[in-house]
Design a protein around this ligand. Structure first.
Ligand code: PHE
Length: 332
């Protein structure tokens, strides 16, 4: 074979090579120990050649060997580039045919909706901390350490003496101190209790606290705000009623029920503890109870989301069970 033919043969073989293993075989066959090009030298009888022939053979051989190395190297680079996807005619930005959208968690959605309603009534939305001082969660709310109300709100204590808040009421003191009066604000957030778990009890749940403080805030304001708020949530006129309820940080304290036909039956549903802010709580917050009054309420966001969506077991919210989650993806 002539040198030029060898080069041509190598070129056409390399054009058909697309993998590293195939390339290694071609390399061995041309420039390996027993390769076509390598052997050219072995088969020449230098003794029978003129000096000129030797020179011309030598330069032809060297050129061919260098060209072959160059061709092999180029082929290796091409193969490596393809392996990294560079040479591929493929658009990675094209959307996949299996497109699934996530959705906002039903509790968060309920929270966003409620925040909007309160904003429209002139309330500001604040968030607080989940780990708070014992004072903020209990003492400032008129619950000293020997008060039996502490038993109902057993929680997780941190080594530094702080607690995972058992209710969003833990924001009341901070709000009074930092924002002062008059005040209209809601504080949504996650709360924790050391609970025996069942279909209505979770150790982690969401509440939304609300406060309105001013010069003449009364129970009538409380009822009006709650009725407007619930009518907006359920998109129908809602009736409310108050029953006495006890919480150390309100006086008088109430349980607010609302009348609904949810589920086809007209009935009263207990929804929200609330009341007029206790004078001691106002005082702890730096306000003079003879000048200011206000109401506070604690809405169970988790409970409201259960009611709205007919979720029978509170534990389903935290389970990440696809059969549950996927039911909410369509309603973004
Ligand atoms: N923080 C109370 C609870 O979680 C609820 C509440 C809030 C009661 C505000 C009265 C006023 O049980």
């Amino acid at each position: 074979m002539k040198l030029a033919e060898i080069q041509q043969a190598l070129e056409s073989e390399l054009a058909g090579v697309h993998g590293e293993e195939a390339l290694a075989l071609v390399r061995a066959r041309y420039v390996g120990k027993d390769g076509l090009i390598t052997n050219l030298r072995k088969n020449v009888d230098f003794g029978a050649m003129t000096l000129e022939d030797k020179r011309s053979f030598g330069s032809g051989f060297n050129t061919l060997r260098d060209t072959a190395e160059g061709l092999l190297k180029a082929a290796a680079e091409r193969i490596a580039a393809t392996a990294h996807g560079e040479g591929l005619k493929f658009d990675f930005t094209l959307p996949s045919s299996d497109r699934r959208l996530g959705a906002i968690h039903p509790i968060v959605r309920t929270q966003i909706e409620i925040e909007d309603i309160f904003r429209s009534m002139g309330f500001t939305v604040y968030t607080g901390d989940e780990a708070v001082s014992e004072y903020e969660n209990f003492d400032a709310l008129n619950i000293p350490s020997d008060h039996p109300a502490r038993d109902m709100q057993d929680t997780y204590w941190l080594e530094n003496g702080m607690v995972l808040r058992t209710h969003t009421s833990s924001m009341q003191n901070r709000a009074l101190r930092q924002l002062g009066a008059p005040l209209r604000a809601v504080f949504p957030g996650r709360c924790f209790r050391n609970e025996a778990l069942d279909i209505t009890h979770e150790n982690t749940f969401y509440q939304l606290e609300g406060m309105m403080v001013g010069h003449d805030v009364s129970v009538a304001n409380l009822i009006a705000v709650m009725r407007d708020f619930l009518s907006a949530v359920f998109r129908q006129e809602i009736e409310v009623r108050l029953r006495p309820g006890f919480f150390p940080f309100v006086e008088p304290g109430f349980e607010l029920d609302f009348r609904t036909t949810l589920g086809g039956v007209r009935r009263w549903v207990e929804l929200m503890p609330c009341g007029m802010i206790h004078p001691a709580v106002l005082r702890n917050g730096g306000l003079d109870p003879s000048r200011f009054s206000g109401f506070a309420f604690g809405l169970g966001l988790t409970r409201l989301a259960m009611l709205k969506h007919g979720v029978p077991d509170v534990r389903l919210f935290n389970k990440a069970d696809l059969r549950v989650c996927q039911q909410f993806t369509a309603t973004l």
